[in-house]
Design a protein around this ligand. Structure first.
Ligand SMILES: Cc1cc2nc3c(=O)[nH]c(=O)nc-3n(C[C@H](O)[C@H](O)[C@H](O)COP(=O)(O)O)c2cc1C
Ligand code: SF4
Ligand code: SF4
Length: 257
């Protein structure tokens, strides 16, 4: 077994790592941007794939990765894990359907509610205490999912026709344009000091440093990693001002991991 994931602000990394390690402590867990990921996947029959839900869809980088490596999935047993701030409908189903098209066997879909990562919108902002409770509940969910996977009694969250309809009409249809491809809408303001951190951490290598200034390209997958980590809060995407930078690491000392 191997765990692979896209995680902008750490939620999905945490969930997939914990789930995989509960099932098989010796299994690898790697991000999609790992340079040897294809070889690593090839060595494993069962793959747990995790990602953050974006407008009830899988991030474009995840769908692109699946499509670019279409031959990789034939016969592989997949468990799709979608993390989300509130609602996804068929978050796990979005990748599962693609993987199935390329010959994968879908064992399970798991939905895990986590704190919201969109730090330049007020919409789903919660107090620290509330987020802490959400993470504790997520922990219990991960234990349950691991137990069931080990027993071969798989959760099917996000995989049914009802969840497909909920995801489609709940959000995806109305916001489809937002996740139809990569975006060029990342904005960097004059507070930027040119430290280069955003360019270093972007999983898409979408930000290039030139003459000490960051230049965002048109390959942003909206993961919010650079936006939540910029020391000057100079980066925005969906909103126009950073309200509160979210990083899962900030919760590590607050919750019993
Ligand atoms: C661009 C964007 C769109 C999002 N859309 C949704 C959504 O439709 N529903 C939802 O419940 N959460 C949504 N979220 C919240 C994330 O799915 C959630 O916080 C996730 O756990 C973040 O995972 P990460 O820390 O691994 O990146 C969205 C986040 C981003 C960045
Ligand atoms: S991380 Fe922020 S301050 Fe540093 S280069 Fe990027 S935008 Fe500028
Ligand atoms: S530019 Fe920022 S938000 Fe976009 S993919 Fe890179 S790190 Fe994520």
């Amino acid at each position: 077994m191997i765990g692979i994931y896209l995680s902008g602000t750490g939620n999905t990394k945490y969930c997939v790592t914990k789930l995989v390690k509960l099932i098989d402590a010796s299994a690898d867990v790697v991000p999609l941007e790992d340079e040897f990921i294809i070889d690593k996947i090839k060595r494993n029959e069962t793959v747990i794939l995790g990602y953050p839900t974006q407008f009830s869809n899988a991030p474009y980088m995840v769908r692109d990765f699946i499509q670019m490596h279409a031959s990789l999935w034939k016969g592989r047993k997949m468990i799709c894990v979608a993390t989300m701030g509130a609602f996804s409908g068929d978050g796990s189903g979005c990748a599962a359907r693609l993987l199935k098209k390329y010959g994968a066997e879908i064992l399970s879909g798991v939905h895990i509610k986590m704190p919201d990562s969109v730090c330049d919108s007020k919409l789903l902002k919660r107090q620290m205490e509330e987020n802490k409770k959400i993470i504790e509940k997520a922990d219990r969910k991960i234990y349950e999912a691991a137990k069931r996977i080990k027993q071969g009694d798989y959760l099917k969250e996000g995989l049914t026709i009802f969840s497909h309809i909920a995801g489609l009409f709940g959000q995806r249809l109305w916001f489809y344009k937002k996740t139809a491809g990569y975006t060029d809408q990342l904005k960097i303001n004059e507070d930027c000091t040119g430290c280069g951190m955003c360019a270093e951490i972007c999983p898409m290598k979408n930000i290039i440093m030139e003459k000490g200034k960051p230049h965002p390209g048109d390959q942003c997958t909206m993961c919010y990693r650079c936006i939540c980590n910029c020391p000057k809060q100079a980066i925005t995407l969906l909103g126009s001002k950073v309200i509160e930078q979210y990083k899962f690491e900030n919760y590590i000392n607050l919750t019993k991991m």
